[in-house]
Write a protein that binds this ligand. Structure first.
Ligand SMILES: N[C@@H](CCC(=O)N[C@@H](CS)C(=O)NCC(=O)O)C(=O)O
Length: 289
């Protein structure tokens, strides 16, 4: 039966006290709310991020590059505390007018420039180092297709399922049903592909990094028991793929950067400061933000 307890007014108005977990952060307007510059370290790449699925895509990519021997991929990773509004400071908004992590400043050439959107950052780094993105079609098209599939579908998982299942002030059946169905459908898409290929686009690529941070997190129970609620054990090929990426050294390190266990990263030595060494076990540990 339809819930008719709310009748939308003719013109919507912003209610800052809507009670959701993001109520204090979200507003219907863009732009800086505070004048503050970003810190800058010594490396060519300056990453402003957090250990969330979208942020971890980029730190896994950097750590995979370093693992593969690309020493020029050294980077500084600065935490942007999104629950405290760092994404609305003038320095961050200059790098990403959309006020969402991750954002990258590339100072490796004569002219520094910004890259925002996790997918754009992955493509930029992949092209720069000729790594995890084939140069020729059809392999290139396959990787970009799976990458864009992930970029387009993540909001249904995070902003849809995760939001209504965990963050909304009340549990509403309709949106939870809708986004649980869509999230399971996305797992089914990946599972059917991974029944045919080892990784999403054949060989390991930036498309796997992007999809892994979301599907892997849910598979391991992010969003308060999503693994059980969505019966994710049913997707056996996704499970095989998640566990394979879980164990990659670049993924293990990338998951830790900008997490509570390691707020900032400026050199490989920073990994030595992580007190809980079990986080380096090749069994996946979920780092909460
Ligand atoms: N499409 C963007 C999404 C980025 C995004 O949603 N980032 C979240 C954290 S995972 C964020 O910064 N949220 C802060 C906010 O919404 O104010 C990307 O992939 O880079």
């Amino acid at each position: 039966m339809a819930d008719d307890s709310y009748t939308p007014p003719r013109v919507w108005d912003f209610d800052p006290a809507n009670g959701g977990q993001f109520a204090g952060i979200n507003r219907p307007t863009a732009g800086a709310r505070e004048e503050r510059d970003l810190p800058v370290g010594e490396h060519g790449f300056q990453l402003y991020s957090l250990g969330t699925p979208n942020g971890v895509k980029v730190t896994i990519m950097f750590e995979e590059l370093l693992e593969a021997g690309f020493a020029e991929a050294e980077y500084d990773a600065w935490p942007i505390k999104i629950f405290e509004g760092d994404q609305f400071t003038s320095g961050f908004v200059e790098l990403n007018p959309n006020s969402k992590i991750p954002a990258l400043l590339d100072r490796t050439g004569p002219q520094a420039f910004r890259v925002f959107e996790s997918g754009a950052i992955l493509v930029h780094l992949a092209e720069k180092f000729d790594f995890l993105l084939p140069r020729e079609n059809p392999a290139r098209a396959e990787v970009l297709s799976w990458l864009m599939w992930q970029m387009g579908s993540a909001p249904f998982i995070g902003g849809g399922f995760g939001h209504f299942y965990v963050y909304a002030p009340e549990r509403y059946k309709y949106p939870i049903d809708r986004y649980a169905m869509e999230t399971k459908r996305l797992f089914s898409v990946a599972d059917q592909q991974l029944a045919k290929t080892e990784y999403l686009a054949g060989d390991y690529s930036i498309a796997d990094i992007a999809a892994y941070t979301w599907l892997g997190n849910l598979y391991h129970g992010a969003y308060k028991g999503s693994d059980v609620f969505l019966s994710l054990h049913e997707y056996e090929h996704v499970g095989r793929w998640v566990k394979a990426i879980d164990a990659r050294p670049g993924a293990i390190r990338g998951r830790l950067v900008n997490s509570p266990a390691m707020r900032e990263r400026h050199s490989p030595a920073d990994f030595d400061t992580v007190e809980d060494r079990s986080l380096f076990d090749p069994v996946r540990q979920r780092a909460d933000v």
